[in-house]
Design a protein around this ligand. Structure first.
Ligand SMILES: NC(=O)c1ccc[n+]([C@@H]2O[C@H](COP(=O)([O-])OP(=O)(O)OC[C@H]3O[C@@H](n4cnc5c(N)ncnc54)[C@H](OP(=O)(O)O)[C@@H]3O)[C@@H](O)[C@H]2O)c1
Length: 276
């Protein structure tokens, strides 16, 4: 049995579950069943985005789950930039998800070449003020981008969702987050775009010691490093396997051995260039 999921309080006051369910690359036609399985398993955070094209199915799953709206933490993201376009994107996401508010809305990528992420950020701050979103955050922002929105609007992001796994553990960014009270949310926590993590001796040894799978060890490392973690799986047995990371604890030595796998190299896109 897993322990009940704990939450982190974001700087604006909303509580975000530490462990959630990612939906990237799940088609709208398949996502309802997948999210229903996740919610039945115990997940209470669902991460989607305009760009995933599956918000309608995610909304249907939440409605069909029998859970109250305030029992599920819903995140979506805007790909577009510019004050009015972000606002329009948000309103369309609310419509597709069948909800009056989002728990968290993110700027999906900074797309610095467009030169608009500060006005986009202002649109999120205003939407938070109006109650359309409970928390405002960003995704794939570097220290430079985070600094700029805070300096120019006076308000720091509440959370930054970034690629983060043992091969790319982002120590400098996490230190900056800690100083600025920005929570860290990890995408791609299984590092499968590059592969190989499950065969690393440090991961295999910890898995054997705790009678867990390498995937569970990778997720557990991420949780114990203080991050919100949102693995994706469409496979019911893996949805449950990933959930079963909440009831064991890696030792300091095991954590340090996994920390040592950091290469400083991304497996996913570079925020300086994606979407420019
Ligand atoms: N903000 C961003 O730019 C951004 C970018 C990427 C992702 N995200 C978010 O973060 C979430 C997670 O990231 P991700 O989907 O890229 O990567 P991930 O969760 O690290 O990996 C997903 C892949 O791992 C497989 N998998 C899941 N559990 C497994 C297990 N226990 N054992 C073996 N394989 C397993 C899945 O296969 P099956 O589905 O076939 O089981 C899928 O192919 C996304 O779904 C999305 O919500 C955000």
């Amino acid at each position: 049995m897993s322990e009940p999921i704990t939450s982190i309080k974001l700087s604006g006051g909303a509580a975000i579950p530490r462990f959630g369910y990612g939906t990237f690359k799940i088609d709208d036609g398949d996502v309802q069943a997948a999210v229903e399985t996740a919610l039945e398993t115990g997940y209470r955070l669902v991460d989607t985005a305009v760009g995933y094209g599956n918000e309608t199915g995610v909304g249907r799953a939440v409605a069909a789950s029998g859970l109250k709206r305030d029992e599920v933490f819903l995140t979506s993201k805007t790909w577009d930039h510019g004050y009015d376009d972000v606002r329009r994107n948000l309103e369309e996401s609310l419509e597709r998800l069948g909800t009056e508010y989002l728990d968290l809305y993110l700027l999906h990528w900074p797309r610095p070449g467009l030169g608009k992420y500060v006005e986009s950020w202002q649109a999120l701050l205003d939407a938070r003020e109006e109650g359309l979103i409970r928390a405002a955050g960003v995704s794939n922002f570097t220290i430079e981008h985070l600094d700029r929105i805070e300096t120019e609007t006076g308000a720091a992001a509440e959370i930054n969702q970034v690629e983060l796994h043992p091969y790319f553990s982002q120590p400098e960014l996490r230190a900056y987050h800690a100083e600025h009270l920005i929570a860290t949310e990890s995408w791609g926590p299984l590092a499968l775009r590059g592969g190989g993590l499950f065969d690393e001796p440090a991961v295999k040894a910890a898995a054997a010691a705790h009678e867990r799978t390498p995937a569970q060890v990778a997720l557990r490392w991420n949780l114990q490093r203080g991050n919100v973690v949102i693995p994706k799986s469409e496979t019911p047995s893996r949805i449950r396997e990933n959930w079963e990371t909440l009831d064991f604890t890696l030792t300091d030595e095991e954590l340090a051995a996994i920390d040592a796998l950091d290469t400083g190299e991304r497996q996913g896109g570079d925020p300086a260039v994606v979407g420019n």
